[in-house]
Design a protein around this ligand. Sequence first.
Ligand code: CP
Ligand code: NVA
Length: 303
Amino acid sequence: MTSHLIALKDFSKPQLASLVDRALALKKDALAGRRHLNLAGRTISMLFDKPSTRTRVSFEAAMYGLGGQVIHMTSRESQLTRGEPLKDTARVLARYVDAIVVRTFGQYVVEELARYSKVPVINALTDLYHPCQVLSDIMTVVENKGELEGLKIVWLGDGNNMANSWVEAASVFGFPLTLACPEGYEPDADVLQQAQASAEKPIVLLHDPVEAVRDADVLNVDVWASMGQEDEQNKRLDIFQSFQLNTDLLGMADNNAIVLHCLPAHRGEEITDEVLEGPQSVAFDQAENKMHIHKAILEHFIK
Ligand code: CP
Ligand code: NVA
């Protein structure tokens, strides 16, 4: 398997499926009280430039749960803030730790760190991708639906980092994906084009939320303005209004449809409180699953 986790497109279906299977097994073991100290004596560095609740704590809990140690640092606390090059930072950190988990703005940052790091670099969200989150989303779908085969999976809202990683997941896993985004807010054009070119099943981009949601088995939503887009928040409230996942829209999906949200949620914007707290929402299991998938990722990538 590729030595860094930068984007889902770098992997094959069996490779990603094995991470999901391992995470499901680790979850069962954790519930049964079985612990695996497979990373005892190992250390990761977390380099975060954006806020995080789930990703930070679930990576830290995963690493400690496997017997390892974590060193967390923001770029502001590091010499990066004073202009030290990424390539020097990568080469130095790689001499101290066994993996570097990065949350930042530009995808080029994780790519540059990976180019120079001798230890795995793991993408914990950039403006372009959120690959680890989408692996826990897929784990949550498999946990609830048994398999990906035969499902109508829908992305509703902004064509953001989450949407881009879902597009790549559809191409790698070979499941059909329907996206409904407002015009001008589609997924990254290159990501979409590349994924569609190699996908076995259709990746369809629509602009009508009602058409997209009809008979869906899995509905995915995320905030309308991602981190770094705070200035556009008010403008987006108007543009995205018809994409809100409320009981009316959910009623058009299959009766047993599940609702995914990577959180944090803005209730009353992309999702209503009723839907997020309702029986079809699996958002909090999905949040828990981040810890199990992060264990599987750390276990796999740290040699
Ligand atoms: N879903 C997710 O990545 O949440 P955080 O921003 O809290 O890490
Ligand atoms: N698209 C969101 C995901 C947050 C986990 C963002 O980038 O802010």
